[in-house]
Design a binder for this molecule. Structure first.
Ligand code: M6R
Length: 364
């Protein structure tokens, strides 16, 4: 049942404020002041390092979580693509927890990476959408993301629910390790509770995103740029677009632009710049100017203060509500998804069942 939507992907995108809200409430204590994990939970004072492993979109959720665990909790993280990790067979230092992220919980490479860590990592954690899955069953602690069944091959609500659960885990790690106090934890959690409503406001801008996608649909190549927390989002935006619209899209950390990809810029290449008005905004807008100086067309995704400063120079500006800087990756997933969705609809491709792709990759 597509719930009145043209595609499952559209339905799953629209469900996000609801399922993100449910995931938040699931892990929030009754008084709203702490994060509660199931079973024995995790004691982050006993962990010196976190190794995050996944494939595809789940890998981008891990890359995002690295910023949170390192910046808020001071916990060093490694992030690996499961197929690289399992064959590299990296040393696992003492007091390292391994964390596997998978919507299906059945991805062959992620499961093999988990099995490699058995007996080596101090604990095996997973963030999954399917609680009965192999990855969940073989973990010491499985954290469900509660996104509900995801049918569209392009992952949408599972990504934002993965991010939500990973963010709450990072906040718990920060509190356990004394990096933030009770008041800071409460403040972060109340900002998080306001996220579903910001997401609803962002959904009201869907038409502008659809209109921008009509223009992207004419392009052969598209670049995505982002810094800090927006870099993994740029990767996710490019992957979504490739998967369902078959347009060649690549993502770079904004600071890498002049180390090669700037050679690609001309008036035919739209450049999607994801840049909330945060501490890195000026750096990213200066990269934006480098694109514009070479006749590149910038599609800027930002918030109202960012739009006031930079919209005049952009080809198209999409404006999202302003949220706590740590929460921007969850919110900015929406334009990444909707740009890909409407570009695919404009091109007439099979949105829910894109060619050559399977929902669950259970072979290597
Ligand atoms: O089920 P998993 O989360 O382990 O799947 C991982 C990837 O196969 C998956 O995220 C894939 O990249 C999606 N099609 C992305 O939209």
């Amino acid at each position: 049942d597509k719930g009145g939507h043209q595609h499952f992907m559209a339905k799953e995108i629209a469900e996000q404020p609801k399922v993100i809200g449910e995931a938040i409430l699931h892990y929030l204590s009754d008084d709203g002041k702490s994060v509660v994990l199931p079973g024995k939970g995790v004691d982050f004072t006993q962990i010196d390092r976190l190794s995050l492993v996944a494939c595809g979109t789940a890998f981008y959720a891990c890359l995002t979580a690295k910023y949170w665990f390192e910046q808020i909790a001071g916990l060093p993280c490694d992030v690996d693509i499961a197929s690289e990790f399992r064959y590299r067979e990296p040393p696992i230092p003492a007091r390292t927890a391994a964390l596997f992220v998978s919507q299906s919980g059945e991805t062959a490479d992620t499961l093999a990476a988990l099995r490699f860590c058995e007996g080596k990592a101090s604990s095996i954690l997973s963030v999954v959408n399917v609680p009965e899955s192999s990855i969940a069953r073989e973990s010491d602690l499985a954290l469900p993301i509660l996104a509900g069944t995801e049918i569209g091959v392009a992952s949408t609500k599972a990504f934002t629910c993965q991010l939500t659960v990973l963010y709450m885990l990072a906040l718990k790690a920060a509190h356990d390790r004394g990096a933030i106090g009770d008041d800071q934890l409460t403040d972060h959690l109340s900002a998080l509770r306001a996220l579903p409503s910001a997401f609803n406001t962002a959904l009201e801008g869907s038409q502008a995103m659809a209109a921008a996608a009509q223009k992207l649909a004419e392009a052969r190549d598209i670049l995505f740029l982002g810094r800090g927390l927006m870099f993994p989002l740029a990767l996710e935006g490019a992957l979504k677009l490739k998967e369902i619209s078959y347009i060649h899209a690549e993502a770079y950390a904004s600071g890498e632009l002049k180390h090669g990809p700037i050679a690609l810029i001309d008036k035919h290449v739209p450049v999607v710049v994801m840049a909330p008005r945060d501490a890195l905004f000026d750096k990213t807008t200066s990269n934006m100017q480098e694109v514009i100086a070479r006749s590149g067309r910038v599609l800027l995704i930002t918030d109202p203060p960012g739009a006031t400063e930079a919209a005049d120079d952009a080809w198209i500006t999409l404006t999202l509500p302003q949220v706590e800087p740590n929460l921007t990756p969850i919110l900015y997933a929406l334009p990444a998804q909707l740009l890909a969705y409407h570009t695919a609809v404009a091109k007439g491709t099979d949105v829910d069942q894109p060619r050559n792709l399977a929902k669950s990759v259970t072979v290597e």
